[in-house]
Design a protein around this ligand. Structure first.
Ligand SMILES: Cc1cc2nc3c(=O)[nH]c(=O)nc-3n(C[C@H](O)[C@H](O)[C@H](O)COP(=O)(O)OP(=O)(O)OC[C@H]3O[C@@H](n4cnc5c(N)ncnc54)[C@H](O)[C@@H]3O)c2cc1C
Length: 290
Protein backbone atom coordinates (compact mmCIF):
# COMPACT_ATOMS: atom_id res chain seq x y z
CA UNK A 1 0.00 0.00 0.00
CA UNK A 2 1.27 3.45 -0.91
CA UNK A 3 0.88 5.94 1.91
CA UNK A 4 1.96 9.60 1.87
CA UNK A 5 4.36 10.99 4.45
CA UNK A 6 2.69 12.91 7.29
CA UNK A 7 1.61 16.48 6.60
CA UNK A 8 -0.37 19.27 8.22
CA UNK A 9 -3.71 20.27 6.73
CA UNK A 10 -5.49 23.62 6.60
CA UNK A 11 -8.64 24.62 4.76
CA UNK A 12 -8.62 28.07 3.19
CA UNK A 13 -11.78 30.15 3.45
CA UNK A 14 -10.87 32.72 0.80
CA UNK A 15 -8.11 33.79 -1.58
CA UNK A 16 -6.43 36.10 0.96
CA UNK A 17 -6.62 33.36 3.58
CA UNK A 18 -5.02 30.83 1.20
CA UNK A 19 -2.14 33.24 0.57
CA UNK A 20 -1.80 33.87 4.30
CA UNK A 21 -1.67 30.11 4.97
CA UNK A 22 0.89 29.55 2.19
CA UNK A 23 3.03 32.32 3.68
CA UNK A 24 2.63 30.99 7.21
CA UNK A 25 3.47 27.35 6.37
CA UNK A 26 6.37 28.35 4.10
CA UNK A 27 8.01 26.86 0.99
CA UNK A 28 7.14 23.24 1.83
CA UNK A 29 3.39 23.93 1.78
CA UNK A 30 1.33 23.05 -1.29
CA UNK A 31 -2.16 23.93 -2.44
CA UNK A 32 -4.49 21.03 -3.09
CA UNK A 33 -7.32 21.44 -5.61
CA UNK A 34 -8.72 18.23 -7.15
CA UNK A 35 -5.76 16.30 -5.77
CA UNK A 36 -5.61 14.06 -8.83
CA UNK A 37 -2.02 14.94 -9.61
CA UNK A 38 -0.69 15.88 -6.20
CA UNK A 39 -2.03 12.98 -4.13
CA UNK A 40 -0.68 10.22 -6.41
CA UNK A 41 2.71 11.94 -6.28
CA UNK A 42 2.50 12.08 -2.48
CA UNK A 43 1.62 8.39 -2.29
CA UNK A 44 4.67 7.60 -4.40
CA UNK A 45 6.70 10.01 -2.21
CA UNK A 46 7.61 12.00 -5.31
CA UNK A 47 6.11 14.96 -3.46
CA UNK A 48 6.35 15.33 0.33
CA UNK A 49 4.74 18.64 1.26
CA UNK A 50 4.82 19.47 4.96
CA UNK A 51 1.41 21.13 4.74
CA UNK A 52 -1.56 20.95 2.38
CA UNK A 53 -3.67 24.06 1.92
CA UNK A 54 -7.08 22.95 0.68
CA UNK A 55 -8.72 25.46 -1.69
CA UNK A 56 -11.88 23.44 -2.35
CA UNK A 57 -13.94 25.92 -0.32
CA UNK A 58 -13.06 28.86 -2.57
CA UNK A 59 -16.38 29.23 -4.37
CA UNK A 60 -15.24 32.48 -5.99
CA UNK A 61 -12.85 30.40 -8.16
CA UNK A 62 -15.51 27.98 -9.43
CA UNK A 63 -17.20 30.23 -11.98
CA UNK A 64 -17.16 30.35 -15.77
CA UNK A 65 -18.28 33.79 -16.92
CA UNK A 66 -18.06 36.27 -19.77
CA UNK A 67 -16.40 39.47 -18.61
CA UNK A 68 -15.43 42.42 -20.81
CA UNK A 69 -15.37 40.39 -24.03
CA UNK A 70 -13.34 37.61 -22.42
CA UNK A 71 -14.15 34.15 -21.19
CA UNK A 72 -13.00 33.90 -17.57
CA UNK A 73 -12.58 30.38 -16.18
CA UNK A 74 -11.98 30.14 -12.43
CA UNK A 75 -9.03 28.01 -11.34
CA UNK A 76 -11.34 25.70 -9.36
CA UNK A 77 -13.62 24.94 -12.31
CA UNK A 78 -13.61 21.14 -12.68
CA UNK A 79 -12.92 19.48 -16.01
CA UNK A 80 -16.56 18.34 -16.06
CA UNK A 81 -17.74 21.93 -15.63
CA UNK A 82 -15.63 23.16 -18.53
CA UNK A 83 -16.91 20.31 -20.70
CA UNK A 84 -20.54 21.06 -19.83
CA UNK A 85 -20.31 24.84 -20.30
CA UNK A 86 -22.47 26.14 -23.15
CA UNK A 87 -20.41 29.32 -23.59
CA UNK A 88 -17.21 27.29 -23.81
CA UNK A 89 -18.77 24.89 -26.32
CA UNK A 90 -20.04 27.78 -28.43
CA UNK A 91 -16.88 29.89 -28.59
CA UNK A 92 -14.03 27.48 -27.82
CA UNK A 93 -14.58 24.04 -29.37
CA UNK A 94 -10.86 23.36 -28.85
CA UNK A 95 -11.51 23.22 -25.08
CA UNK A 96 -14.59 21.03 -25.47
CA UNK A 97 -12.66 18.65 -27.79
CA UNK A 98 -9.79 18.44 -25.29
CA UNK A 99 -12.04 17.92 -22.28
CA UNK A 100 -13.88 15.06 -23.98
CA UNK A 101 -10.62 13.16 -24.03
CA UNK A 102 -9.14 14.01 -20.63
CA UNK A 103 -9.10 10.98 -18.35
CA UNK A 104 -12.47 9.57 -17.30
CA UNK A 105 -15.58 10.95 -15.56
CA UNK A 106 -14.13 10.27 -12.09
CA UNK A 107 -11.06 12.39 -12.75
CA UNK A 108 -13.05 15.02 -14.65
CA UNK A 109 -15.43 15.42 -11.72
CA UNK A 110 -12.60 16.37 -9.35
CA UNK A 111 -9.63 17.60 -11.39
CA UNK A 112 -9.52 21.35 -11.94
CA UNK A 113 -8.45 23.73 -14.68
CA UNK A 114 -6.06 25.49 -12.29
CA UNK A 115 -4.54 22.25 -11.03
CA UNK A 116 -4.00 21.07 -14.58
CA UNK A 117 -2.10 24.22 -15.54
CA UNK A 118 -0.16 24.56 -12.28
CA UNK A 119 0.93 20.92 -12.33
CA UNK A 120 2.71 21.77 -15.62
CA UNK A 121 2.75 18.13 -16.61
CA UNK A 122 4.36 17.96 -20.08
CA UNK A 123 1.45 15.77 -21.26
CA UNK A 124 -1.36 18.00 -20.01
CA UNK A 125 -4.09 18.61 -22.60
CA UNK A 126 -5.40 21.96 -21.36
CA UNK A 127 -1.92 23.51 -21.40
CA UNK A 128 -1.68 22.96 -25.15
CA UNK A 129 -5.25 24.13 -25.75
CA UNK A 130 -4.89 27.34 -23.71
CA UNK A 131 -1.49 28.05 -25.31
CA UNK A 132 -3.03 27.76 -28.77
CA UNK A 133 -5.72 30.22 -27.62
CA UNK A 134 -3.09 32.63 -26.21
CA UNK A 135 -4.90 32.75 -22.88
CA UNK A 136 -3.77 34.91 -20.00
CA UNK A 137 -3.59 33.79 -16.39
CA UNK A 138 -4.47 35.89 -13.37
CA UNK A 139 -2.51 35.06 -10.23
CA UNK A 140 -2.46 36.55 -6.75
CA UNK A 141 0.26 36.48 -4.10
CA UNK A 142 1.42 38.50 -1.11
CA UNK A 143 2.41 41.36 -3.46
CA UNK A 144 -0.98 41.53 -5.16
CA UNK A 145 -2.34 40.41 -8.52
CA UNK A 146 -0.55 39.95 -11.80
CA UNK A 147 -1.45 38.78 -15.28
CA UNK A 148 0.81 36.29 -17.07
CA UNK A 149 0.43 35.21 -20.71
CA UNK A 150 0.06 31.42 -20.65
CA UNK A 151 2.93 31.14 -23.10
CA UNK A 152 5.19 32.64 -20.43
CA UNK A 153 3.74 30.58 -17.56
CA UNK A 154 5.61 27.28 -18.02
CA UNK A 155 9.30 27.18 -17.17
CA UNK A 156 9.67 23.46 -17.90
CA UNK A 157 8.24 20.11 -16.78
CA UNK A 158 6.39 20.58 -13.46
CA UNK A 159 7.66 24.14 -13.13
CA UNK A 160 5.81 27.43 -13.56
CA UNK A 161 6.49 31.11 -12.89
CA UNK A 162 4.20 31.09 -9.82
CA UNK A 163 5.87 32.16 -6.59
CA UNK A 164 5.73 30.04 -3.43
CA UNK A 165 2.76 31.87 -1.95
CA UNK A 166 1.03 32.63 -5.22
CA UNK A 167 -2.34 31.28 -6.28
CA UNK A 168 -3.74 30.97 -9.80
CA UNK A 169 -7.16 32.65 -9.78
CA UNK A 170 -8.47 32.37 -13.33
CA UNK A 171 -7.73 31.83 -16.99
CA UNK A 172 -8.94 34.45 -19.46
CA UNK A 173 -9.39 34.10 -23.21
CA UNK A 174 -10.66 36.87 -25.52
CA UNK A 175 -13.91 35.95 -27.28
CA UNK A 176 -13.21 36.76 -30.91
CA UNK A 177 -14.00 35.36 -34.31
CA UNK A 178 -11.88 32.26 -34.75
CA UNK A 179 -12.19 28.54 -35.38
CA UNK A 180 -10.52 25.84 -33.32
CA UNK A 181 -10.11 22.11 -32.78
CA UNK A 182 -8.13 19.57 -30.74
CA UNK A 183 -6.92 16.18 -31.89
CA UNK A 184 -5.31 13.55 -29.64
CA UNK A 185 -3.95 10.03 -29.93
CA UNK A 186 -4.11 7.95 -26.76
CA UNK A 187 -3.34 4.27 -26.26
CA UNK A 188 -6.77 3.62 -24.79
CA UNK A 189 -9.80 5.75 -23.91
CA UNK A 190 -9.05 8.06 -20.98
CA UNK A 191 -5.29 7.71 -21.13
CA UNK A 192 -2.78 10.52 -21.24
CA UNK A 193 -1.82 11.65 -24.74
CA UNK A 194 0.77 9.87 -26.83
CA UNK A 195 0.58 13.19 -28.67
CA UNK A 196 -2.06 15.86 -29.18
CA UNK A 197 -2.47 19.10 -31.12
CA UNK A 198 -4.65 22.17 -30.66
CA UNK A 199 -5.30 24.50 -33.59
CA UNK A 200 -6.78 27.98 -33.58
CA UNK A 201 -7.28 29.93 -36.81
CA UNK A 202 -8.32 33.52 -37.34
CA UNK A 203 -9.31 34.13 -40.94
CA UNK A 204 -10.05 37.24 -42.97
CA UNK A 205 -10.63 37.48 -46.72
CA UNK A 206 -9.62 33.86 -47.25
CA UNK A 207 -6.28 34.30 -45.49
CA UNK A 208 -5.00 33.20 -42.08
CA UNK A 209 -4.43 36.35 -40.03
CA UNK A 210 -3.44 34.57 -36.80
CA UNK A 211 -2.69 30.93 -36.02
CA UNK A 212 -2.30 29.16 -32.70
CA UNK A 213 -0.79 25.67 -32.55
CA UNK A 214 -0.45 23.95 -29.19
CA UNK A 215 1.20 20.55 -28.81
CA UNK A 216 1.39 18.28 -25.80
CA UNK A 217 3.44 15.21 -24.84
CA UNK A 218 5.95 15.79 -27.63
CA UNK A 219 8.42 18.22 -26.03
CA UNK A 220 7.26 21.33 -27.89
CA UNK A 221 8.85 24.37 -26.21
CA UNK A 222 6.21 25.77 -23.83
CA UNK A 223 3.56 23.64 -25.61
CA UNK A 224 3.73 25.79 -28.76
CA UNK A 225 4.83 25.32 -32.39
CA UNK A 226 5.70 28.95 -33.09
CA UNK A 227 7.44 28.49 -36.44
CA UNK A 228 4.47 26.61 -37.82
CA UNK A 229 2.19 29.40 -36.58
CA UNK A 230 4.30 32.03 -38.34
CA UNK A 231 4.37 29.98 -41.52
CA UNK A 232 0.56 29.80 -41.70
CA UNK A 233 -0.04 33.53 -41.36
CA UNK A 234 -0.68 35.43 -44.57
CA UNK A 235 -1.62 32.40 -46.68
CA UNK A 236 -4.83 30.51 -47.46
CA UNK A 237 -6.05 27.79 -45.08
CA UNK A 238 -5.54 24.97 -47.56
CA UNK A 239 -4.25 21.39 -47.46
CA UNK A 240 -0.86 22.23 -48.92
CA UNK A 241 -0.09 24.83 -46.28
CA UNK A 242 -1.47 22.67 -43.48
CA UNK A 243 0.83 19.83 -44.58
CA UNK A 244 3.84 22.12 -44.48
CA UNK A 245 2.77 23.58 -41.12
CA UNK A 246 2.50 20.02 -39.78
CA UNK A 247 5.98 19.19 -41.04
CA UNK A 248 7.41 22.33 -39.40
CA UNK A 249 5.54 21.62 -36.13
CA UNK A 250 6.95 18.07 -36.06
CA UNK A 251 10.46 19.48 -36.41
CA UNK A 252 9.92 21.90 -33.55
CA UNK A 253 9.19 19.05 -31.11
CA UNK A 254 11.71 17.31 -28.92
CA UNK A 255 9.86 14.13 -27.91
CA UNK A 256 11.30 11.53 -25.56
CA UNK A 257 10.97 7.79 -26.12
CA UNK A 258 8.93 6.05 -23.42
CA UNK A 259 6.26 3.37 -23.00
CA UNK A 260 3.96 5.41 -25.28
CA UNK A 261 6.31 5.19 -28.24
CA UNK A 262 9.64 6.02 -29.86
CA UNK A 263 10.77 9.51 -30.85
CA UNK A 264 10.08 9.15 -34.59
CA UNK A 265 6.53 7.94 -33.98
CA UNK A 266 5.75 10.85 -31.67
CA UNK A 267 7.23 13.36 -34.11
CA UNK A 268 5.13 11.85 -36.87
CA UNK A 269 2.03 12.11 -34.67
CA UNK A 270 2.79 15.74 -33.83
CA UNK A 271 2.91 16.57 -37.55
CA UNK A 272 -0.16 14.53 -38.46
CA UNK A 273 -2.28 15.74 -35.55
CA UNK A 274 -1.35 19.34 -36.32
CA UNK A 275 -2.69 18.85 -39.85
CA UNK A 276 -5.87 17.17 -38.58
CA UNK A 277 -6.53 19.87 -35.98
CA UNK A 278 -5.96 22.62 -38.57
CA UNK A 279 -8.23 20.84 -41.05
CA UNK A 280 -10.98 20.46 -38.45
CA UNK A 281 -10.69 24.12 -37.39
CA UNK A 282 -10.87 25.25 -41.05
CA UNK A 283 -13.95 23.08 -41.61
CA UNK A 284 -15.61 24.64 -38.58
CA UNK A 285 -14.79 28.10 -39.93
CA UNK A 286 -16.95 27.16 -42.92
CA UNK A 287 -19.78 26.04 -40.67
CA UNK A 288 -19.09 22.33 -41.06
CA UNK A 289 -18.94 20.22 -37.92
CA UNK A 290 -15.65 18.36 -37.73
C1 LIG B 1 -6.03 8.50 -13.90
C2 LIG B 1 -5.75 9.91 -14.36
C3 LIG B 1 -5.78 10.19 -15.72
C4 LIG B 1 -5.53 11.47 -16.17
N1 LIG B 1 -5.55 11.71 -17.52
C5 LIG B 1 -5.31 12.94 -17.97
C6 LIG B 1 -5.36 13.22 -19.37
O1 LIG B 1 -5.66 12.39 -20.21
N2 LIG B 1 -5.07 14.48 -19.76
C7 LIG B 1 -4.78 15.48 -18.87
O2 LIG B 1 -4.53 16.60 -19.31
N3 LIG B 1 -4.76 15.25 -17.54
C8 LIG B 1 -5.03 14.01 -17.08
N4 LIG B 1 -5.00 13.78 -15.74
C9 LIG B 1 -4.69 14.88 -14.80
C10 LIG B 1 -5.97 15.58 -14.36
O3 LIG B 1 -6.34 16.46 -15.40
C11 LIG B 1 -5.76 16.36 -13.06
O4 LIG B 1 -6.97 16.74 -12.60
C12 LIG B 1 -4.89 17.60 -13.18
O5 LIG B 1 -3.64 17.32 -13.67
C13 LIG B 1 -4.60 18.26 -11.85
O6 LIG B 1 -5.73 18.91 -11.38
P1 LIG B 1 -6.09 18.84 -9.84
O7 LIG B 1 -7.14 19.83 -9.60
O8 LIG B 1 -6.36 17.43 -9.47
O9 LIG B 1 -4.72 19.38 -9.18
P2 LIG B 1 -4.01 18.97 -7.81
O10 LIG B 1 -3.52 17.58 -7.89
O11 LIG B 1 -4.82 19.34 -6.65
O12 LIG B 1 -2.76 19.99 -7.88
C14 LIG B 1 -1.76 19.87 -8.87
C15 LIG B 1 -0.68 20.94 -8.61
O13 LIG B 1 -1.19 22.23 -8.89
C16 LIG B 1 -1.10 23.07 -7.73
N5 LIG B 1 -2.32 23.89 -7.75
C17 LIG B 1 -3.60 23.44 -7.84
N6 LIG B 1 -4.45 24.49 -7.93
C18 LIG B 1 -3.69 25.61 -7.88
C19 LIG B 1 -3.98 27.01 -7.94
N7 LIG B 1 -5.23 27.48 -8.09
N8 LIG B 1 -2.95 27.89 -7.87
C20 LIG B 1 -1.68 27.45 -7.74
N9 LIG B 1 -1.34 26.15 -7.68
C21 LIG B 1 -2.34 25.23 -7.77
C22 LIG B 1 -1.01 22.12 -6.55
O14 LIG B 1 -0.34 22.71 -5.46
C23 LIG B 1 -0.21 20.98 -7.16
O15 LIG B 1 1.16 21.30 -7.15
C24 LIG B 1 -5.24 12.50 -15.25
C25 LIG B 1 -5.22 12.23 -13.88
C26 LIG B 1 -5.48 10.95 -13.43
C27 LIG B 1 -5.47 10.68 -11.96
Amino acid sequence: MQVPATFQYARATGVEHAIELLTRYGPEARLVAGGHSLLPMMKLRLAQPEALIDINGLDELTRIRVDGGELAVGAMVRHAGLLASAVVGEHFPVLRDAERMIADPLVRNRGTVGGSLCQADPSEDLSAAFCALRATLVAQGPDGRRVVPVREFFLGPYETVLGEAELLLEVRVPIRSHASAYRKVERRAGDWAVAAAAAVLELSGGVVTEAGIGLTAVGAPRFVAEEAERYLCGGPPDEERFAEAGRVAGEECRPSADQRGPVDYKRHLAAELTVRALRAAAARAQGQEA
